[in-house]
Ligand binder design. Sequence first.
Ligand SMILES: Cc1ncc(COP(=O)(O)O)c(C=O)c1O
Length: 426
Amino acid sequence: MNDQALRRLGDTRIGPDTKGMPVDAIGGTVAELVAARRPLFGGGFTAPVMVLHAEALEHNLALMARYCRDSGVELAPHGKTTLAPQLFARQLSQGAHGITAATGSQLRLYRAFGVPRVLLANQLVDRATLAWLRTELETTSDFEVICYVDSPATVALLADEFAGAPPGGRLPVLIEVGHPGGRTGCRTLAQVEQVATAVAAAPGLRLAGVAAFEGTIGPPGQPGVRERVRDFLTDVRHAGEWLVRRGLVPDGLMLSAGGSAYFDLVVAAFRDGWPSEQPVQVVLRSGCYAVHETGPPADGTPFVLSPYRGESLRPALELWGQVLSRPGPELAVLGFGKRDASFDTAMPTPVRLRRADATTAQPFTGARIEGLNDQHAYLRLPAGHRLEVGDWVGCGLAHPCTAFDKWRLIPVVVDDVVVDCVHTFF
Ligand SMILES: Cc1ncc(COP(=O)(O)O)c(C=O)c1O
């Protein structure tokens, strides 16, 4: 990665527009804030503030890297979860194959920070981005991109831009397979065949394999969801087997799927049973694993269902808000809302409590967030709970992809001392 670009992040000046920061840090640099090793409680941080727990983050990155190594599969973590190049650098240094992107603008961001290999896990139909990509790939040797296609129309767009590319500069593409009721991706083997034929006829493109995303089938824990995911992954594998039988992937077959909810099923469906002469590379694209989640969605995820060597992923995100009001004996209103927290799969889960001016926090159970407005949370308390105006409540979050995008600068803490800050680029 581009170390200079990463280092320059520390020179960023903290402005009044950055949520959660200490008032007296405004005007200073992020590096100065980090060097000060301020305590999260009593160090001037203002509510609401979302933090990352360094030890849980490191544990998750290392656990998933080890799982992939031991399982003989590659990991191209989905970068759209965090859009934090500092975290991409850590994922790559732990052996990630590349970083996955979803859009042209993410691709450009990754390029600016020197991500060497990108799996663009989406259909790219924007001519301006395609033209930019062609130029980038032609003028540098340290940037590789692999794209999806799911129709002859997409193939035609890519083929048009990459026509005349030298043999070494052909754009590798994966045929995306989708599930019924899903989003992009071929729904039938006949469609896969059509797309494969179109790629074979495009001199600027190279067929690299098949890809899919099973995470849209249903949330973990839903009855029957793992069976439905298994069936879908079998169909995806059949598409890969068809490409092999037709001799369409002589350089090797890539099979890519796998978010953070069913990656064990992807490994089971894709990895084994290929002819010995056929090189096969399985690439997972998990993103949320890096910070995991708190609450029910996490209960059905692979390492929770079946801890890997006795270990599970750990929730690494915590959102702190202050009690603004106690309108009733069982209700407290907190000062964070939809602008600050993820809420699309589950409400934040209260896990810790810090009394108004205390410098430490204690575990907090028995309370529940019932709803969110833009800037407020409704906290239902056990009857008679003595939570007071000004107290701080720390919450675990579900679905990190929709939490990171609400924070531009995220303090990283060890034992509630800020030791780093992560920049996001949404
Ligand atoms: C195509 C694709 N691949 C991988 C992922 C990563 O999955 P997860 O967020 O479960 O880690 C996503 C997430 O939405 C995705 O859309």
